[in-house]
Design a protein around this ligand. Sequence first.
Ligand SMILES: NC(=O)c1ccc[n+]([C@@H]2O[C@H](COP(=O)([O-])OP(=O)(O)OC[C@H]3O[C@@H](n4cnc5c(N)ncnc54)[C@H](OP(=O)(O)O)[C@@H]3O)[C@@H](O)[C@H]2O)c1
Length: 253
Amino acid sequence: MSDLSAFSLAGRRIAVTGANTGIGQGIAVAVARAGGAVVGIGRSAMDDTARLVEAEGADFLPVRADISDTRASVAMLNDLMAEGPLDGLVNNAGIIRRADSVDFTEADWDDVMEVNLKSLFFLSQAFGRNCIAAKRGGRIVNIASLLSFQGGIRVPSYTASKHGVLGITRLLANEWAAKGINVNAIAPGYIETNNTEALRNDPDRSKALLERIPAGRWGVAGDIGDAAVFLLARASNYMHGAVIPVDGGWLSR
Ligand SMILES: NC(=O)c1ccc[n+]([C@@H]2O[C@H](COP(=O)([O-])OP(=O)(O)OC[C@H]3O[C@@H](n4cnc5c(N)ncnc54)[C@H](OP(=O)(O)O)[C@@H]3O)[C@@H](O)[C@H]2O)c1
């Protein structure tokens, strides 16, 4: 008989960056549905997410932070963990800038790297330091991308950052697995969020993408939320440095 409690997050407190919308909101709701309390970290109002999480009967704490300011974000996370332990950190916040490589600007490089990779590493470092000091285990789930494996087109800093997310996930897993901290990643396929609005509004790109997705549909935020619950729960106890594609089959094609 299967042990469904292995997938429960009851009694766990999980922080999700960029929880106000899109995949982060989907993860927050899935965590709540699995019984966990959610801390939503971001720069925009979290009212919608608070409503959805609380409708599941779970606690929600909104925390304002701009992840592009690495130092301030780390101070925020340290304060949060001083107030009460966190069992998991989902590094979801991310941005994308599109331009031909010949025209790509230094600002579009730096802005994306700061949010998608630099802050992801230093928030993970702060989370790990707190867990290790408190002699507690913990879970880190990083949101990677198909562009952790593929080159993409017109998104050089995004592709570089997401390849970096995969490398950092593996590196931290190697260092912290024996300390009871599981570090893993999810590589979402093409998901209906603000991030992919430009693609979905381009009839030619949209048609070409859909034809290549074996599942024949765009993903939705909830598809990623359920995978995140797995990586935050006891069911994935022996997983370290793994990346789970949730992509409708894209990478298998
Ligand atoms: N959608 C896809 O197909 C897809 C595929 C692969 C990977 N991903 C990854 O999934 C993650 C979530 O993206 P999404 O698709 O859900 O896109 P989204 O709807 O644009 O959400 C991005 C989230 O990150 C937050 N964020 C961005 N910059 C921030 C900053 N400086 N400080 C705090 N929060 C910040 C956004 O907050 P605001 O609302 O305030 O901007 C938003 O909550 C990203 O890492 C993205 O790269 C998405």
